[in-house]
Ligand binder design. Structure first.
Ligand code: ADP
Ligand code: MG
Length: 224
């Protein structure tokens, strides 16, 4: 295994880290959703990711595509509202893009994130600037494609994607929502950070944090 690929075991680790990050940020995400939605984004995501962790218990991760599809299907079945089906679609499309692969090179990861983003857009019909999770995922996917084209290192690519997602998340603050519940508020939605863009930034951040160590011997990894 080279030090520039993401294995199935790495993907399982990422999902576990994302689930615990969502648990830690549950109240924060719910607070963001209370300002411009119905105050359930943190509890929705936490319920979904807890179910995912139970489902993945014992998963070996030999087929990354299969793993990601399981994550997506679990989210769709366990989480209602807009967020569940949208995150479910994100993971299912990432899974469809990686079917049969046991190791992802950076270009595979870039394609998977792009496929996930396109799935969310096809389902939710949001454009960049509508104040949704798309505003964090779009710049992240673009940063990954750029990094793949420039043959950057995997860890640099993941880091730039996380940074782009963070900027996209922060850029939702002044926006007026045009999709989802927040759009019911019209102009009053401006001045608040979008909860879904925040959970999507956390998704890209945890990928950077976990996959930066991908492929290195476990003993060399920082967070274990
Ligand atoms: P609900 O809005 O049903 O309560 P959540 O609170 O779990 O669902 O998720 C809200 C988030 O979903 C929003 O912050 C936004 O980022 C995202 N969202 C809502 N509608 C759309 C859409 N049509 N396209 C993309 N993302 C959307
Ligand atoms: Mg909500």
């Amino acid at each position: 295994m080279s030090d520039s690929t993401i294995s199935g075991a790495d993907v399982v680790r990422w999902i576990q880290v994302y689930a615990s990050t969502i648990a830690e940020n549950r109240d924060y995400l719910t607070q963001l959703d209370s300002a411009i939605g119905d105050g359930d984004h943190g509890t929705n995501m936490n319920r979904g990711m807890s179910a995912v962790i139970e489902k993945l218990d014992g998963a070996t991760g030999d087929d990354v595509g299969g793993l990601l599809k399981t994550v997506g299907m679990t989210l769709v079945s366990k989480v209602g509202g807009a967020g569940g089906p949208l995150y479910g679609t994100l993971f299912m499309q990432m899974g469809a893009a990686t079917t049969g692969k046991s190791d992802l090179a950076m270009g595979d990861w870039a394609k998977a994130v792009d496929a996930g983003l396109k799935g969310v857009q096809a389902r939710g019909k949001a454009e960049p600037g509508d104040k949704t999770m798309i505003d964090a995922l779009t710049p992240a996917a673009e940063a990954l494609s750029k990094a793949a084209a420039a043959a950057a290192s995997l860890s640099d690519a993941l880091r730039s994607a996380a940074q782009a997602a963070e900027e996209g998340m922060k850029a939702t603050i002044p926006l007026v929502a045009r999709k989802g519940r927040a759009s019911y508020l019209g102009e009053r939605s401006a001045g608040h950070q979008d909860p879904g863009a925040t959970s999507s930034f956390l998704l890209m951040k945890t990928a950077a944090d976990t996959f930066a160590d991908a492929g290195r011997p476990r003993a060399d990894r920082k967070n274990e």
